[in-house]
Design a protein around this ligand. Structure first.
Ligand code: SF4
Length: 219
């Protein structure tokens, strides 16, 4: 695989989503045999939790389409259908107010939220070989592994990410004991709406540099 390899990210046909049977050259669906597809379908059932999540997510996303729910509303309904009560909140310390609002919303609906903020443990950034310049924005490090461990100790049934940094979120997601959903994807420039840069990249805005060749990712 090299940078020119065709993938779903380059597809304009979307024959899989339409069920049209029309597949471009290099299409992963066209390359699958029925046995592979059936094996994965059975894997959802064998897993149990994955099967329940699939059923609930399909039902809730359909309702969310029809009723134009916000992501918060969709998340609440999904947790309700899953029968989960103990909800972990893995939040960025910079979004403490947002985490607090979400916790209040959960409590009002009978859930039991339990939040762990990213700076838990108060470990200095120097402990993780961070360059000195990182301390310009605070000396205490995020600690996503500790967030995951403390939420596991609290036996949360699902964990919600609110604004963890890129990279820290990977560690949290990889180590969370409970299934994870992201409510807020941090974006310091776009009010936590990262898709704005993708829409902006197609228009005559500041972000159209993202669709031009560049020496570095952010130049
Ligand atoms: S599976 Fe095939 S049709 Fe579907 S998005 Fe990928 S390339 Fe396109």
């Amino acid at each position: 695989m090299d940078s020119t390899t065709f993938s779903c990210a380059d597809c304009r046909v979307q024959g899989c989503a339409k069920g049209s049977g029309e597949y471009p050259a290099g299409c992963p669906t066209a390359a699958l045999d029925p046995g592979q597809i059936e094996a994965v379908c059975r894997a959802y059932e064998d897993d149990g939790l994955a099967g329940r999540i699939m059923a609930a997510a399909s039902a809730v996303s359909t309702e969310a389409f029809a009723k134009r729910w916000s992501r918060v509303e969709e998340t609440l309904e999904f947790f309700t259908r899953m029968g989960w009560k103990r909800i972990g909140i893995a939040s960025c310390s910079g979004l403490a107010e947002e985490a607090s609002i979400f916790a209040r919303i959960l409590r009002l609906r009978g859930f039991a939220p339990y939040g762990i903020a990213c700076k838990v443990g108060a470990v200095p950034k120097s402990r993780f070989d961070a360059p000195e310049s990182c301390c310009d924005f605070g000396t205490i490090s995020c600690n996503p592994l500790m967030q995951a461990r403390l939420l596991a100790e609290a036996e949360t049934e699902a964990n919600v990410v609110i604004g963890l940094c890129v990279g820290h979120d990977m560690i949290f997601n990889a180590h969370s004991q409970a299934p994870v959903t992201t409510l807020v994807a941090k974006d310091r420039a776009l009010f936590h709406n990262p898709v704005g840069a993708l829409y902006g990249a197609k228009a005559s805005t500041f972000y159209n540099h993202l669709l031009k060749p560049a020496d570095s990712c952010c130049s």
